[in-house]
Design a binder for this molecule. Structure first.
Ligand code: SAM
Length: 288
């Protein structure tokens, strides 16, 4: 029984890191005319309200997109942002053209905004309510978008390699089941076997759990020629062991453009979203 609903967390610091990177990965793919697929193994609801419902319960966006958005839009003309964040904020602005932050794009919606006629979206979602909301959000989208009501870890095997041989795969489980860590590693392994040149982006939480600490090393051990690993820690680990103190993104086969963009953006994210003196970032990678 799945209990996780992403709406509670929409726009938090982990979404900011993930979605800023996903925006650039998508933007990079659109620089060539050739079609690509965007595959989301864990799609969520697609689109979130920040001014009503679940997102207002703990208002996690107030320590995520909230401060970033306000700094960008400040009355003085806004804080100049590093290009990676600028690109992402422009996507968020498309949903909030009057400047009031009421709507937040999940990863499927970011992809939808950036997609061209020739590109395709393939979205997996296992939660029975979330898939319905996702379906409502994409009603009328046409045949460019296909939803799969089921398990994304195993499901992508049937659709790789994608016909255009260009794709971004986002693997973004909730990790409420600790077996998700191993399933994530297996999913990237399966993906690389079928489609070695794809870009795979894995999000993971920084929590006080052995599986979370070990995940990056396990992904590096898959032996991909190129990878990049970025983390954004916003505070010291929470006393008592529960809770998210940061998150990481591990990207297999990243474009060469991503690393310099992250070098400029991560210090800004620490400055704007850091909650105590434990706030920091890390960036490591191999490019061939
Ligand atoms: C972190 S949320 C996804 C957020 C989304 N990718 C975004 O960035 O906007 C994880 C989602 O995965 C769903 N989920 C959990 N296990 C799954 C599985 N095995 N296959 C597909 N979806 C799953 C959950 O219901 C939840 O909606």
């Amino acid at each position: 029984m799945l209990s996780y609903r992403h709406a509670f967390h929409a726009g938090n610091h982990a979404d900011v890191l993930k979605h800023a990177i996903v925006t650039h990965l998508l933007d990079y793919l659109t620089r060539k005319d050739k079609a690509f697929w965007y595959i989301d193994t864990h799609a969520g609801a697609g689109l979130y309200a920040l001014d009503e419902g679940y997102a207002t319960k703990k208002s996690e966006f107030e320590t995520g997109i909230g401060p970033l958005w306000r700094a960008w839009r400040a009355s003085t003309g806004g804080r100049p942002m590093p290009p990676l964040l600028e690109e992402y904020l422009e996507q968020v602005q498309q949903l909030n053209p009057d400047g009031n932050l009421r709507h937040y794009p999940g990863s499927p919606w970011l992809a939808w905004q950036l997609l061209r006629d020739q590109d395709r979206l393939r979205l997996f979602e296992l939660h029975s309510t979330e898939i319905q909301v996702l379906g409502n959000n994409f009603r009328g989208a046409g045949r460019r978008v296909m939803l799969y009501d089921g398990d994304g870890f195993g499901g992508i095997k049937a659709i790789l390699p994608p016909p255009p041989r260009r794709a971004l795969v986002l693997i973004d489980p909730s990790y409420e089941d600790k077996r998700d860590y191993q399933r994530t590693v297996q999913c990237v392994r399966d993906g690389l076997e079928r489609f070695a040149t794809g870009t795979y982006a894995v999000w993971y939480p920084q929590v006080q759990r052995r599986e979370s600490a070990q995940l990056p090393a396990q992904l590096k051990a898959l032996g991909a020629a190129s990878w990049l690993h970025a983390t954004l820690t916003v505070k010291h680990p929470v006393a008592g062991g529960l809770g998210l103190h940061g998150s990481g993104m591990f990207i297999v086969n990243p474009p060469y453009t991503l690393r310099p963009l992250l070098e400029a953006a991560l210090p800004e994210l620490v400055a704007l979203l850091g909650q105590d003196d434990g706030a920091r970032f890390s960036l490591e990678g191999e490019q061939q």
